[in-house]
Ligand binder design. Structure first.
Ligand code: URP
Ligand code: ZN
Ligand code: ZN
Length: 456
């Protein structure tokens, strides 16, 4: 099967140029002017941008959390991904006390395989070392293509937090096997202290979700994680960076030559903590929470100057009735928001408005996650890479509504936001999965992506 996309403007990290692109049997086989190739399917991309499919390196599909599980399973989450130009998702299976890594991964793979509409990879969350025996499984996990592990420095009462000793053991072991440690950084003791105080005072609205974990609570943990990573000379990837002080500390360590990688999410670039004052503030509850204007500006600056490496979504939506559990008590709101379908349109819209270049949007959303996480066949448009391609119309404005999305959730924090430019077609390994507003893919088409170690 050969696909030929003609007359588009191809966007890579370093250049944009007019060319045709051909995909044969799922792999990019040629890029050039006026390609004279016999194809089964020819697409005219005149006036459009031709981009690598995005990689959302941070999703929580069917994730158990807060007494329920996230509203998008593997089918709905990857269907939505396809419709937003995301051709690979990285999900976060969670190892639990008494369970092994391989057991956890294989269970999730069995769930995901028949449902995945786009390609997928896994990072594994480690919550308990099972008397250190888990560390002996790291090499086997890497051999199966799982080359990144994650630690929560929060969610103590949920039994998901690891202490500093455990974190350092994980950093060292991950380094030894050529893997990367991802970290969710917030200080749990400060959060618990604040929560206790606010509940005693009857301060229960969503605003107190923010006030219980403000800027300095995240910054302390960012700095602590960076400190340990530097001290043992291990690579570190900080997920969903949301505060200025932590960002600056991580960026400084990066400038000193340490292997520190920084991810942020569109919600931290678009909203501030003011959303928690809204009547529907609980719908915006995620951890870490959105911060003040100063942090938002610092994140944009770091997007522009290269300090931030990736933008991913932390896609973890819950239904309205579940968010409503915390109407009168913010601690009962399941943490997480939707985003997988909005990632690429949002960052490309920023490019369309001149905030960043299209090349930088491609770097943040496709090339860098592929490079950092060892997906050698993904993330760029070049001969030999997978035919993961998005055709993007820079003139098509789009207003986000829940109805127009392709998830299973019943509300979105992105409701009513207009993006300038929108994907019109998405191809995964040369197969059309999204076409002008419609999902046209197939559950089970998505492949597990086995990653290679020692990439950073
Ligand atoms: O609120 C969030 N982010 N929920 C998902 C789990 C996590 O912390 O990433
Ligand atoms: Zn997190
Ligand atoms: Zn997350």
């Amino acid at each position: 099967m050969t696909l030929l996309i003609k007359n588009g403007t191809i966007v890579t990290v370093s250049e944009s140029f007019q060319a045709d692109i051909a995909v044969k049997d799922g792999v990019i086989s040629a890029i050039g002017q006026n390609l004279d190739i016999k194809a089964d399917k020819v697409v005219d991309a005149s006036g459009k941008l031709v981009l690598p499919g995005a990689i959302d390196a941070h999703t929580h599909l069917a994730m158990p959390f807060g007494g329920t599980q996230s509203a998008d399973g593997y089918l709905a989450g990857t269907r939505a991904a396809a419709c937003g130009g995301v051709t690979t998702v990285f999900d976060y299976p969670m190892q639990r006390k008494g369970k092994g890594i391989l057991e956890t991964i294989r269970e999730r793979k069995a769930m995901c395989d028949p449902e995945a509409c786009v390609d997928y990879a896994f990072h594994c969350i480690i919550t308990d070392l099972n008397d250190n025996t888990i560390l002996d499984e790291f090499q086997a996990a890497v051999d199966e293509g799982i080359t990144s592990f994650k630690c929560f420095l929060v969610y103590k009462k949920e039994g998901m937090m690891v202490d500093d000793g455990t974190l350092v053991k994980i950093l060292l072991k991950a380094k030894e096997v050529g893997a990367l440690t991802n970290i969710h950084a917030e200080n749990p003791d400060l959060i618990d202290m604040n929560i206790e105080k606010f509940l005693k005072e009857g301060k229960t609205s969503a605003w107190y979700h923010y006030l219980s974990r403000p800027e300095f609570v995240e910054a302390e943990a960012d700095k602590r994680a960076v400190h340990w990573a530097k001290s043992v000379d291990a690579p570190l990837y900080i997920v969903h960076m949301a505060d200025k002080e932590g960002l600056e500390a991580a960026a400084e360590a990066k400038r000193q030559g340490h292997k520190i990688f920084i991810e942020t999410c569109p919600q931290y670039l678009e909203f501030t903590s003011d959303v928690y004052k809204r009547e529907d503030g609980r719908n915006f509850v995620c951890s870490p929470p959105m911060k003040g204007e100063e942090s938002k500006e610092a994140l944009w600056k770091a997007i522009q100057n290269g300090d931030i490496d990736t933008v991913a979504t932390d896609h973890c939506p819950f239904q309205s009735y579940e968010k409503d559990w915390g109407k009168d008590d913010f601690t009962k709101i399941p943490n997480g928001c939707a985003g997988v379908e909005n990632l690429y349109p949002y960052m490309l819209s920023a490019a369309n408005e001149g905030k960043i270049s299209f090349n930088r949007a491609v770097e943040l959303c496709a090339a860098n996650p592929a490079k950092i996480f060892g997906c050698e066949s993904k993330g760029s448009l070049a001969v030999g890479k997978d035919g993961d391609i998005v055709i993007y119309d820079p003139d098509l404005d789009f207003t986000i509504t829940t109805e127009a999305m392709h998830s299973d959730y019943d509300h979105t924090i992105w409701e009513g936001i207009t993006v300038h430019g929108y994907p019109v077609q998405t191809f995964v390994r040369g197969r059309l999965v999204y076409d002008q507003g419609e999902f046209v893919g197939e559950p089970g088409y998505g492949n597990f992506i086995k990653r290679i170690p020692n990439q950073v």
